[in-house]
Write a protein that binds this ligand. Structure first.
Ligand SMILES: *[C@@H]1O[C@H](CO)[C@@H](O)[C@H](O)[C@H]1NC(C)=O
Ligand SMILES: *[C@@H]1O[C@H](CO)[C@@H](O)[C@H](O)[C@H]1NC(C)=O
Ligand SMILES: *[C@@H]1O[C@H](CO)[C@@H](O)[C@H](O)[C@H]1NC(C)=O
Ligand SMILES: *[C@@H]1O[C@H](CO)[C@@H](O)[C@H](O)[C@H]1NC(C)=O
Length: 286
């Protein structure tokens, strides 16, 4: 009983960043107090699995969503995405429900609506959680930033199957190592990645979508400023499989279905329109 309480607690406080408590996570799932992506612990049941998860069922600002053209508005007040990423030490971990990379201090920040959010971790979902104009892609990367008040800003990139993604190519051996540790039965396996240059992950962003939503895993807290990058990137089929390889079968598909928009506005930034609109001729593309 004590153990069970402990896990609920761990989950509640850690889930936003750790998805499920890194240790005990596998028991956690089998004890039926965890969440999954199918069956009796699947997304439709999340809100009933734990009193802390009720937002998953009753929340009106839930994520992910399908970004549809007719619900998307160009907003001239949005600015180009300002991210500062630096060299940082990172650790690759298995959060049971996804593979994640945890960053040390000073990994970088993003400024959104004059609020400073610090990069804390990133993780992948397969297939994508957000749909773009009705299309679900092969994978989605979430770069999770957190402000001092605890709220989140997640920058999401969608991937279709195609050319290799260079950052993941560099990480291949580390993910394989993580998988090996886990298959040896080490449930708290983690792999030190050493110094990485997070600037490589950043891409110049001409277009993005912004809306207010929630975490896509329990407790589904509604305190996330979402930025979905407009440019769909690519990764190889092998890389999608690589990201799935350390995960249990029931978490290999780890995307929550799209949630109702409930009257929310999805705003769009587009560099070219913005430049024209604000008379900033210097920003002409080359
Ligand atoms: C990364 O960790 C190593 C070893 O602990 C340390 O020497 C190095 O300064 C760290 N790098 C950064 C950017 O923090
Ligand atoms: C954002 O916060 C970090 C960490 O507190 C700080 O180093 C950085 O200078 C801040 N950035 C801006 C633009 O205020
Ligand atoms: C499990 O992995 C962690 C981190 O990689 C390591 O510190 C620990 O010694 C490993 N435990 C076993 C039993 O191999
Ligand atoms: C994941 O979903 C795809 C498409 O719905 C399905 O073909 C595949 O079997 C699923 N994989 C697992 C491990 O559930």
């Amino acid at each position: 009983m004590k153990n069970k309480m402990m896990m609920i607690k761990l989950c509640f406080f850690a889930i936003a960043l750790f998805c499920t408590a890194p240790t005990n996570a596998r028991n956690y799932e089998t004890q039926g107090i965890g969440f999954g992506y199918r069956g009796k612990n699947g997304p439709k049941r999340w809100g009933h699995l734990n009193p802390h998860f009720t937002k998953c069922a009753v929340g009106k600002l839930q994520s992910p969503i399908d970004i549809q053209r007719r619900q998307t508005f160009y907003n001239r007040r949005l600015e180009s995405l300002h991210r500062d990423y630096y060299f940082t030490n990172a650790t690759l971990v298995d959060h049971v429900c996804n593979v994640a990379m945890i960053f040390g201090e000073g990994a970088g920040d993003v400024i959104i609506d004059n609020k400073n959010y610090t990069l804390v971790q990133m993780h992948w979902h397969t297939p994508s959680e957000h749909h773009l104009h009705g299309v679900q892609y092969a994978a989605e990367l979430h770069m999770v930033h957190q402000a001092k008040d605890g709220s989140f800003a997640v920058v999401a990139s969608l991937f279709k199957i195609g050319a290799e993604e260079p950052f993941l190519s560099q990480m291949k051996e580390k993910v394989v190592k993580l998988k090996e540790e886990i298959s040896k039965g080490n449930q708290s396996a983690q792999v030190e990645v050493g110094e990485i240059d997070t600037r490589h992950i950043e891409r110049k962003t001409r277009k993005y979508y912004r809306y207010f939503g929630s975490l896509t895993t329990p407790p589904c807290s509604e305190d996330v400023s979402w930025t979905i990058l407009g440019k769909v990137r690519s990764m190889s089929k092998e890389q999608v499989e690589l990201l799935r390889s350390p995960l249990d079968t029931s978490f290999k598909n780890n995307s929550r279905p799209c949630q109702p928009l409930n009257g929310r506005r999805v705003e769009m930034f587009h560099e070219l329109v913005h430049a024209k609109d604000t008379g900033n001729k210097k920003k002409k593309p080359n």
